[in-house]
Write a protein that binds this ligand. Sequence first.
Ligand SMILES: C=CC1=C(C)c2cc3[nH]c(cc4nc(cc5[nH]c(cc1n2)c(C)c5CCC(=O)O)C(CCC(=O)O)=C4C)c(C)c3C=C
Ligand code: FE2
Length: 481
Amino acid sequence: MNATSYSALPSTFRSLHHRNFSAFCSDIQNPGYVDCHSNCNKSTSQASLFLCSDSNSRRNGVFGRPLCVNPSGRRNLVGPAFYSLETSAYDVAALESPSRVAEEKVGVLLLNLGGPETLSDVQPFLFNLFADPDIIRLPRLFRFLQRPLAKLISVLRAPKSKEGYAAIGGGSPLRKITDDQALAIKMALEAKGISSNVYVGMRYWYPFTEEAIQQIKRDRITRLVVLPLYPQFSISTTGSSIRVLEHIFREDAYLSKLPVSIINSWYQREGYIKSMANLIQKELQSFSEPKEVMIFFSAHGVPVSYVEEAGDPYRDQMEECIFLIMQELKARGISNEHTLAYQSRVGPVQWLKPYTDEVLVELGQKGVKSLLAVPVSFVSEHIETLEEIDMEYKELALESGIKNWARVPALGVTPSFITDLADAVIEALPSATAIYAPTRTSEDVDHDPVRYFIKMFFGSILAFILFLSPKMITAFRNHVI
Ligand SMILES: C=CC1=C(C)c2cc3[nH]c(cc4nc(cc5[nH]c(cc1n2)c(C)c5CCC(=O)O)C(CCC(=O)O)=C4C)c(C)c3C=C
Ligand SMILES: [Fe+2]
């Protein structure tokens, strides 16, 4: 697991992230949904609160006996069961004063992206996504345009996006797969002697992170591990979900005192690397000449500015991840050629290169005949594996001269992977610390009505010119994702 605490992230990212906290408010387009951000204000965070260490962590212990079982089957909760802990191997305070009897209710919150379940969910889902200031990062002057812009882009993009979801059965499989993963992690923890409630919190669709948090509160969880289901950290994924959590936690007396441990990334974990290597090794055997196969890692892209201006560690982590997987394969005597490319770009800006579609064409032209696609930024099947890779990229590869094509499946509930995630949770438990309420800074409150009017006026004109240009519209409507 990445031992990087939040405070150890690149300072450029931290400052951007904290600045963004100031602009955050609930943007969720979700008619029958109770707005958990009603207290949303313009305060900013100065805290670096995500402390998670994997060094010298105690592995599991025996954690007491069942106290009670909540029979209600909440949709974002997996198998609720609480245990009373008489001695806790992970409770640092309890270790310091062994006479203390701690009663712990361990919660694990899985963070994920979420996806539309039906075709009519697609546009509101896209609205939620584009209304996220970590997905479309507007300069301060334009922030007031986030929601109108999200509306515009979501409407423009919805037809293309709907085609994709229609091609994979009419909706995203993400919710079902994430629920299965939650149950599997709960059972793996149970097998290691830890009883827990495992919750699913999606960023852009049901069950929303806000709903999961409310359930955690109702369940009076006393120690929480937050586990994003993204192996590598990006501002646009884990960062965005953590920002939502921070916002909710700092507004709430109970939550701000709850010991929380957030696992920022876990791409270097041995169990994950080995599980990925297993999938690749197995799939290589489906080719008639396994040694001739090019291993083609395809990661979801992010705009270059995230990495080069905002300090997103995503590209570095991705490259290290690929290195570790290849090292593991080499240790098994597999030394195929490999390459990494980035897929799924949206909009008119530069994304991380090389682009998957361009590399496929080049490889075909260079005479590569066999290719094994390995989706590497996500651990569930989703639209970008099932539609973009399996349909669009496969077709492109075959047209470009590649003869033999296969893809490794996403990890899903692969036992070795799930066991490793359970271990990551156990290792994170000791470092859970309360999130303290940060103070506000004047930078985040724009009191002056004249300044506000001037910003709105010039911002609108500039936005009109920039965002409604035909180039912009085409970019959002057409780019593959
Ligand atoms: C590590 C994974 C992901 C990163 C990084 C990421 C960044 C990112 N994504 C968009 C825009 C869209 N993403 C969409 C779907 C989508 N994205 C991810 C993962 C990452 N995104 C997943 C798993 C999914 C699929 C969910 C599902 O329903 O199966 C979409 C919608 C799909 C479509 O329109 O076709 C958009 C749009 C941006 C702009 C971005 C970084 C800034
Ligand atoms: Fe995405």
